[in-house]
Write a protein that binds this ligand. Structure first.
Ligand code: ASN
Length: 318
């Protein structure tokens, strides 16, 4: 929790209307719109096919941290609200015509109230999620660096006055992003390494090797480490993207599910596909749209990026 964001939340009509009518939010929404528009254009130019999002599915991302379960019953099945479309990205690539895809994907993650004031969490948000067949992490990281360059240049070109209003210095063009590993930073900075390093950095950087869900590939050359990566925004804005090379072989998925304690029964059809025809070899990632807008406009609290409050663990009127 960032000390400067600790506060008391009032959920009353006056406060709610003040948020909807806040002038600054519209500036941030324009930046967000410019991000989405430039991203669509970039994806189109690079040949990624857009897949529409799903909000309900028999399986969704178990995530590596606890959230309140969000599910409904329908047509004799149990449907979860989408936490991420990771499994659909892998399954979509079973189509031989699809080499690479992206989804503008709303995610519902009913976080607990301890994340109410991190400045980075909303209990529903949108990520732009993408996946490539037969590519590795280095490819995805370089793709994302190109995307950031393209999108930031577009926002600068389209909304110079808005950016100038919120950033005291012009947005610089970043060079190749530095790469760090979690174990190195943890040894250097202690348990809060990600936040500390983000705060002292002035450029985005990559952070490799997180202990996460079973779909992130284990490095066979260094068992117990993972071929995943986060993009960390600088100046304390923290994580903006996560992604990985994927586990796609049946026995390895089973092993990783045992390690993370995943519910194999819930994933039985996914496992059947992995066993019978194998999942495609792939790598990808997803970045938070509100988080990118927050970083560009230097908004302290991500709840101010939205017209409608979605603060973890807190009620809202609309
Ligand atoms: N989008 C992420 C990925 O591609 C997964 C997530 O959001 N949890 O790895």
């Amino acid at each position: 929790m960032q000390a400067d964001l600790i506060g008391v939340v009032e959920v009353n009509l006056e406060q709610t209307l003040a948020q909807i009518q806040g002038a600054a939010t519209v500036d941030v929404l324009k930046v967000q719109q410019a991000i989405v528009r430039a991203t669509h254009q970039f994806m189109f130019e690079r040949g990624l096919v857009q897949v529409m999002p799903l909000m309900l599915s028999p399986i969704t991302d178990p995530l590596n941290h606890g959230v309140v379960d969000a599910a409904i019953s329908y047509a004799g099945s149990r449907w979860s609200l989408t936490k991420s479309m990771i499994f659909h990205k892998q399954l979509a690539l079973l189509n031989p015509e699809l080499e690479a895809l992206y989804i503008v994907s709303p995610n519902v993650r009913l976080e607990f109230a301890d994340r109410a004031f991190t400045g980075r969490h909303l209990f529903e948000f949108t990520q732009i999620d993408f996946e490539f067949r037969d590519k590795d992490g280095a490819f995805v990281r370089s793709f994302m660096e190109d995307l950031v360059k393209y999108v930031f240049a577009a926002v600068k070109r389209d909304l110079p006055d808005v950016l100038a209003k919120y950033r005291s210095e012009p947005l610089q063009e970043f060079g190749p992003f530095k790469i760090f590993r979690t174990e190195e930073l943890e040894a250097q900075y202690g348990p809060d390494y990600e936040h500390v390093k983000s705060k002292e950095s002035t450029e985005p950087f990559w952070l490799l090797n997180h202990r996460r869900e079973f779909y992130d590939k284990e490095d066979q050359e260094k068992p117990g480490t993972y071929l995943n990566y986060d993009l960390i925004w600088p100046d304390g804005y923290g994580e903006g993207l996560s992604g990985a090379e994927r586990e796609n072989e049946y026995h390895q998925i089973l092993k990783r599910m045992d390690e993370t304690g995943a519910d194999k029964e819930a994933f039985k059809h996914y496992l059947e596909v992995a066993k019978q025809q194998g999942l495609p070899s792939s790598a990808g990632a997803g970045f938070g749209v509100e988080r990118m807008a927050r970083y560009l406009c230097r908004v302290k609290d991500i709840n101010d990026v939205t017209l409608f409050s979605r603060r973890p663990g807190m009620p809202a009127l609309f």
